[in-house]
Design a protein around this ligand. Structure first.
Ligand code: NAD
Ligand code: UDP
Length: 323
């Protein structure tokens, strides 16, 4: 099933780099576009010698002229720390980036998949979240540059589908974790693992009763590739994530156990707009993609812990530097 030339924006990031690897494994050519705002060259070093892999340093807020058959649009800082650092650039990446990539897809008549997010549901009033739910989003809060940027990107994808008959695919990704997460992304999984490996206190925001569902990276990438391969009529939006729900306290305790750490748990204030609960309803993805995440949390955490152990050994400066 190889032989396509596939563009991956954000290909130097946590998810993008794994997607590039998987597409190469399937026999495709890959053009990876990234401005390395939050991505890292270390994520794709090992691919640079592959003649089917091409890297372009480029910011998607500017037009791009390449030739390809399919586009996965992943470029966007994904963690609150990163996307709040330059909120205007975050909105531009979401909106101008989508316009540029949709324009490219239109010229090439290429299929295009958008990496949207569970954040489009905001602080949801219904649980678990189904795709029909329109969300509960603050348009002017600290998360808005990302939430509303991603919502506008979804609007653009819908407009190009209706107006230009473009083959679009939109997936809403729920919390995903795994090797190559950025050590300073402030996400709960990377924070807790690095704290545990250093025997530092694990910082729980609030009382730890808020819940999240954590999807392992490889399960998610499998879902993206399946979505791209669906028939023309399947456009989404489609939730992708792991419906198994854990409290943040349970996550902290599991990571302490798996690392064998002597760390204690401490409480910190809950950030503004921090959602109480989040769990995807993935029945649509199960039906349309014949997909279900298969990696249990403990197994995924073990792989992620192994990655951070190695990173701490090989590049402690990168791992431990303060933001
Ligand atoms: P990441 O930050 O590791 O990857 C994003 C990549 O995009 C980085 O390599 C970054 O340098 C690049 N980038 C950012 N702005 C760019 C720009 N203007 N031009 C070109 N490249 C740019 O994050 P990730 O977790 O791999 O997320 C990938 C995508 O998935 C994002 O669109 C994110 O919104 C979405 N997503 C991720 C999660 C998750 O849990 N990881 C959840 C929901 C949605
Ligand atoms: N969180 C925490 N300690 C940390 C980092 C995060 O308790 O060191 C909490 C955070 O308040 C939230 C949950 O863990 O309730 C998930 O946070 P993350 O930033 O990973 O993802 P998101 O809020 O986007 O789901």
């Amino acid at each position: 099933m190889g032989n396509k030339r596939i563009l991956v924006t954000g290909g130097g990031g946590f998810l993008g780099s794994r997607l590039c690897e998987k597409l190469l494994e399937l026999g495709h050519e890959v053009i990876c576009v990234d401005n390395f705002y939050t991505g890292a060259k270390r994520n794709i070093y090992h691919l640079l010698d592959d003649p089917r892999f091409e890297l372009i340093r480029h910011d998607v807020t500017f037009p791009l002229y390449v030739e390809c058959d399919e586009i996965y649009n992943l470029a966007c800082p994904a963690s609150p720390i990163h996307y709040q650092r330059d909120p205007v650039q975050t909105v531009k990446t979401c909106v101008h980036g989508a316009i540029n990539m949709l324009g490219l897809a239109k010229r090439l008549n290429a299929r295009i998949l958008q990496a949207s997010t569970s954040e489009v549901y905001g602080d949801p009033r219904i649980h678990p979240q189904v795709e029909e739910y329109w969300g509960n989003v603050n348009p002017i809060g600290p998360r808005s540059c990302y939430d509303e940027g991603k919502r506008c990107a979804e609007t653009l994808f819908a407009c190009y589908r209706m107006q230009c008959k473009l083959q679009v695919k939109v997936v809403r990704i729920f919390n995903t974790y795994g090797p190559r997460m950025h050590p300073h992304d402030g996400r709960v999984v990377s924070n807790f693992i690095l704290q545990a490996l250093r025997n530092a206190d694990l910082t729980i925001y609030g009382d730890g009763s808020q819940t999240r569902s954590f999807c392992y990276r490889d399960d998610l990438i499998d879902g993206l590739i399946r979505m791209m391969a669906t028939p023309d009529g399947v456009t989404g939006p489609l939730n992708l994530g792991n419906p198994e729900e854990f409290t943040i306290l349970q996550l902290a305790e599991t990571i302490i156990e798996l690392t064998g750490s002597g760390s204690k748990i401490v409480r910190k204030p809950l950030p503004a707009d921090d959602p109480r609960q989040r769990r995807p309803d993935i029945s649509r993805a199960e039906r349309l993609l014949d997909w279900h995440p298969t990696t249990p949390l403990r197994q995924g955490l073990e792989a992620t812990i192994a990655y951070f152990r190695q990173l701490l050994r090989e590049d402690p400066g990168f791992c431990l530097q303060e933001e």
